[in-house]
Design a protein around this ligand. Structure first.
Ligand code: SF4
Ligand code: SF4
Length: 398
């Protein structure tokens, strides 16, 4: 398995970024920002006169750590390195350094995030298609059902909770451990609510527990900007070296946003603030009305088409109370008792006794076939997003 490079555990052996293009330069920027140093390597002959070493010169750097510095050519680079007798143990991805290296992110803009998405998405192809591993682009780990706002079109159905609770840390971690035990690499782990800063104890403990996990690219939380992170939470964020905060930016509703950003930036935590230009279908920030949480009598072709086109079904798998769901709507709908449970259809229970006895391979097949399914789960019968009505962001219920 290709591991994520962990600069905190850097053995001081030479770091080489393979690829002198756009991605490689961002990663180099990230390495330098955290006080490291590296050289580029590239197979392009015309770069010989720059400070870029050639493929032939790579053999002079025995035991160096080699980071794949191009997403577009990551598969080719991987094969070039293996064909030049570089052991897989020396080859790394660097999603965390990529994120740190994006200058825009430090200044709070969302504009370079698509670069990061494309870097990590291409790496997934390498992991899944070439080295027979498996990976997820993104997972929501829910830490609370509680929120300070009450948005009519909340994708997590928070207004439906009459007595919202914080989520058990132990059950979520036991389930997350099983996901990792299956060998899964995850690009973005999103600790999410409700409002995630309403359960900072969970957030802190989670970050400290997984800060050194090399199967994780980066951690993030999306906040509505109404709660200030505590000093100890910020310390935990810093310890990961790869945590960033996304501010949903709901105008005057996000009344503590500026104060929170100032505090986080002072501590060196990257913050991104959604702006009007960022609200696009491509960025998945455009709100759609998924409809009331009731059973719809749409036919199966309609449901299948809706599922096939659904970004949540691909990118927003959700861990809630130790169960893994396809999307937040089904997760919270089942949790609320408003969508029938349907084990192995709407969710799999990662902490039941049966899983504990599974080998890693069995677990990988079980989780992988559940998440990468082609047919829609019955929970989709309680969704009407295909109607596609645009929803007003953060419209509050009385
Ligand atoms: S801020 Fe709004 S959309 Fe976000 S979790 Fe709370 S209720 Fe849902
Ligand atoms: S219920 Fe189905 S269609 Fe609706 S968001 Fe979830 S996966 Fe997508």
């Amino acid at each position: 398995m290709i591991r994520e490079f962990d600069i905190k555990k850097w053995n001081k052996k030479k770091i080489i970024v393979y690829g002198f293009g756009h991605d490689g330069k961002i990663i180099m920027n990230g390495i330098r920002k955290v006080g490291g140093d590296a050289v580029f390597c590239d197979s392009q002959g015309e770069l010989k006169n720059t400070n870029v070493i050639s493929l032939e010169e790579l053999s002079d750097f025995e035991d160096s750590n080699i980071i794949i510095g191009s997403s577009k050519y990551c598969i080719e680079i991987y094969h070039i390195l293996l064909n030049n007798n570089i052991s897989e143990k020396r080859i790394f991805t660097a999603r965390n350094l990529y994120l740190i290296g994006l200058d825009d992110i430090g200044s709070g803009s969302f504009s370079s995030v698509p670069d990061y998405f494309s870097y990590s998405e291409n790496l997934q192809k390498l992991i899944t298609e070439v080295i027979n591993g498996w990976s997820l682009y993104h997972i929501d780990v829910v830490n609370t059902e509680v929120c300070t706002l009450n948005c009519r079109y909340c994708g997590s159905l928070i207004p439906y909770y009459k007595h919202p609770l914080n989520v058990s840390f132990d059950s979520q971690c036991n389930a997350f451990d099983e996901l990792l035990r299956s060998g899964c690499c995850i690009d973005v782990v999103d600790i999410i609510g409700g409002e995630p800063f309403l359960n900072q104890d969970f957030l802190r403990k989670f970050l400290l527990r997984y800060k050194d996990c090399q199967q994780i690219g980066v951690f993030q939380s999306i906040t509505n900007g109404t709660v200030i992170p505590e000093d100890t939470t910020i310390e935990a964020m810093k310890e990961t070296g790869r945590f960033f905060v996304v501010f949903s930016n709901y105008g005057c509703l996000s009344y503590k946003q500026d104060e929170a950003i100032e505090k986080l930036r002072k501590a060196g935590i990257p913050c991104m603030v959604l702006s009007e230009e960022d609200i696009t279908v491509e960025n998945n920030t455009y709100w759609i009305d998924y409809g009331e949480l009731v059973h719809y009598d749409n036919n199966s072709n309609y449901n299948q088409e809706m599922f096939d086109k659904c970004r949540d079904a691909k990118y927003c798998h959700t861990l809630l109370n130790g169960r893994l769901y396809i999307c937040p709507r089904i997760a919270h709908g089942v949790n609320l008792g408003l969508i029938p449970e349907q084990l192995d259809d709407n969710y799999i229970d990662l902490i039941d006794d049966e899983n504990q006895g599974c080998t890693e391979d069995e677990l990988r097949i079980k989780i992988g076939s559940f998440l990468k399914r082609s047919s829609y789960p019955t929970g989709c019968e309680y969704c009407n997003k295909e109607a596609g009505n645009k929803a007003c962001r953060a419209e509050q219920l009385k």
